[in-house]
Design a protein around this ligand. Structure first.
Ligand code: FES
Ligand SMILES: [Fe+2]
Length: 434
């Protein structure tokens, strides 16, 4: 048996006493540094911030989840308390009382539009202003002066959004998909914590795992997905459309559903005879929902979109901490008429929530990508499968609002990813531009 290590002192061709080791199936792989770690690395958090870009709006909570009790919400590593404010507004305060540091999330919402601290009952509105310091008395000078740290919020379509940036918030329209503001569309949302880093969940939308992870499953018989002709491989993904905040992605080829692999001496998959349903490619064999010439798309800071032809599958990965992501799945369909809206609601609560989000994402993708099963910090070897990922890791960060507003990089860095990394790691001085 071989444990892959030379350090046990055994000679590879014989044992210590010179006896034969013919019955030993020795396997000593090449373990040079370069084989193990590669010479060039573009790690997942090379330029992409581990806890997410900050100068953006993020969905934080579905408003229906805010009741009489305040809710504790962790966003981008920050601990917040959220509660209903006045006139349909939502409050998001740092989850620490400015009086003596009690966690406000253990307090209560006794007076409309406010939160009261569990310790001395100091009470704050959604702007963070202290409106009553109950145990210090009605004439407390704290009132109107004491402030809890408040984050800007906005409510749209039953979801409360929080601005996480240190600079001034942009209009909501700049960060949310345009369909959210358009009554021609019906938008439904479902949110759940996924135990994985947010960036891993973005990258799965631009790689070529489909034919492997989503191959045959018994449950796919019920919605006839088992009968789809899935291309065996995609030869990598390419960036085919780009704006200041988005990128469109398309496979290099849509191969046949079965291919011969010389190193295996076999075809994979071995049997495909039962697959008679066409694989839908919007714009080719089914109509495209967005009218764009690609199926997958990213929006900064952390939105992935898949054009399903009759609807847009839109997912927003909100970093909670290093190993957890609050995944907001938005189902977008046409919603112009009453019938459209009823149909959209029905589809969302059946097909989308159970078949897609649970059946596909949570039962097929997620088990591979959990932080307990995949390590995004391990050095990686990227190939043509990962072309779009390289782009997302190295080009999109330069376009991010964080780069523009707070990273404070030189002009040189804004066009050169290596320069950004060097500047952020303090390897070069950032002065006035060269
Ligand atoms: S610690 Fe919050 S009121 Fe005193
Ligand atoms: Fe997947």
């Amino acid at each position: 048996m071989n444990n892959g290590s030379h350090s046990n002192g055994h000679h590879p061709n014989g044992n210590r006493d010179g006896g034969s080791t013919d019955n030993v199936h020795l396997n000593i792989p090449d373990r040079t540094e370069e084989t193990m770690y590669g010479v060039s690395q573009i790690g997942i958090h090379d330029l992409v911030p581990q806890m997410g870009y900050r100068e953006y709006w993020y969905p934080a909570i579905e408003v229906r989840k805010l009741g009489r009790k305040p809710r504790r919400v962790k966003l981008l590593g920050d601990e917040l308390v959220m509660f209903r404010g006045k006139d349909g507004k939502v409050g998001a305060l740092k989850d620490r009382c400015p009086h003596r540091g009690a966690f406000l999330s253990f307090g209560r919402c006794e007076f409309e539009g406010t939160i009261s601290c569990p310790y001395h009952g100091y009470t704050f509105d959604e702007t963070g202003k202290c409106v009553a310091a109950i145990t210090e008395g009605p004439d407390s000078p704290m009132v109107g002066k004491l402030k809890a740290r408040a984050y800007p919020t906005a409510v749209l379509g039953g979801v409360a959004y929080v601005w996480m940036g240190q600079t001034d918030p942009v209009p909501l329209e700049e960060d949310l998909p345009s369909e959210f503001f358009d009554s021609k569309y019906a938008v439904h949302v479902y949110s759940k914590v996924w135990p994985m880093n947010w960036a891993v969940s973005i990258e799965q939308n631009e790689d070529a795992h489909f034919s492997w992870i989503h191959r045959f499953r018994v449950r796919r018989l019920f919605n006839l997905e088992a009968f789809r002709q899935i291309p065996a491989y995609w030869s990598g993904m390419n960036v085919v459309g780009e704006t200041d905040s988005t990128m469109g992605i398309k496979p290099t080829v849509n191969a046949a559903q079965q291919a011969y692999y010389p190193g295996l001496g076999k075809k994979w998959p071995q049997h495909v005879w039962w697959r008679f349903r066409k694989f839908p490619v919007p714009g080719i064999n089914v109509k495209s929902f967005s009218g764009k010439p690609y199926r997958s798309e990213h929006y900064l800071p952390s939105i992935t979109r898949v054009d399903m032809g009759n609807r847009m599958y839109n997912r927003w990965a909100v970093p909670v901490d290093e190993n957890h992501t609050m995944m907001f799945t938005y189902d977008i369909r046409k919603g112009g008429s009453l019938w459209d809206r009823i149909f959209a609601k029905l589809c969302f609560h059946t097909v989308v929530r159970y078949w897609q989000v649970k059946g596909v994402n949570e039962l097929e993708d997620l088990p591979v990508q959990l932080y307990t099963r995949m390590d995004p910090k391990e050095p990686q070897k990227l190939g043509r499968n990962d072309r779009a990922i390289i782009h997302w890791r190295r080009k999109m960060p330069l376009k991010s609002r964080d780069a523009q507003r707070v990273w404070g990089m030189s002009e040189r860095a804004l066009v050169d990813a290596d320069a950004v990394r060097e500047e952020r790691e303090g390897l070069v001085e950032v002065g006035d531009d060269d």
